[in-house]
Design a binder for this molecule. Structure first.
Ligand code: DX5
Ligand code: ZN
Length: 218
């Protein structure tokens, strides 16, 4: 089985103490940090943008995995790259020219990901999969942390894993939303190799131990 990466979402962190939260994650077994950007248009919530990403980038030693839940993300790719993003993931539903946007992300020197909502089939990725560094299955409807996991995401993970296998390439398969100790092992077994976890990590008494727990469950 492939090695698992845990990507804690700072959406669930204490924003008044971002420096200490970032340093805590530096000391943890999490390999990535997940950055959820929401615009109040593509999703019904606004989170944060460049200043917060820059602040985290200044203090982190980890890979910055930026999940853009915004309309027309092509307008902001260069600025996310300049603000410290390592991976930039856009939503298939938000990009009329998805192939062009993927190339744009790569031309800025970042890795490129595409996310799909719970209501979007995996087949939407078929014509771009070869160009991707990461494909993300949303296991909640995007917009809020702390929502209940949608079990159908496990079937979609199996389908996407098969699609990735046929490319013969190393493409990260990430799951985002409601990940916890109950579903982590099933997701990893189905083929996911990156698990985002927000509230499960930060609402626990000991986030570092919780990250370790997720890694050991898989
Ligand atoms: C949801 C975000 C997720 C969220 C995950 O729109 O994309 O990354 O922060 O949070 P939990 O793990 O609490 O569902
Ligand atoms: Zn996310």
């Amino acid at each position: 089985m492939e090695k698992l990466i845990i990507a804690p979402s700072v959406l669930a962190a204490d924003f008044a103490n971002l420096e200490s939260e970032t340093k805590m994650l530096n000391e943890s077994a999490a390999q990535w940090i997940h950055i959820d950007v929401m615009d109040g248009a593509f999703v019904p919530n606004i989170s944060f943008g460049f200043p917060v990403l820059e602040a985290i980038a200044k203090h982190t030693t980890k890979f910055l995995d930026c999940h853009l839940m915004i309309e027309k993300p092509e307008r902001y790719i260069a600025q996310f790259a300049a603000s410290g993003a390592n991976m930039i993931t856009v939503h298939a539903e938000a990009c009329p020219h998805l192939h062009r946007t993927i190339q744009q992300i790569k031309s800025e020197g970042c890795m490129a990901g595409v996310a799909i909502n719970p209501g979007t089939p995996v087949s939407v990725l078929a014509d771009v999969i070869d160009d991707l560094d990461l494909a993300l299955i949303m296991s909640v409807n995007p917009g809020f942390g702390g929502q209940k996991f949608i079990p159908h995401a496990i079937q979609k993970t199996t389908q996407l894993k098969e699609m990735i296998r046929t490319t013969g390439k190393d493409i990260y398969l990430e799951i985002d939303g409601g990940v916890n100790q109950i579903n982590a092992a099933a997701l990893h077994h189905a083929g996911a190799n990156v698990l985002v976890a927000g509230s499960f990590v930060f609402a626990s008494g000991d986030p570092k131990a919780t990250i370790q727990e997720l890694l050991s469950l898989a």
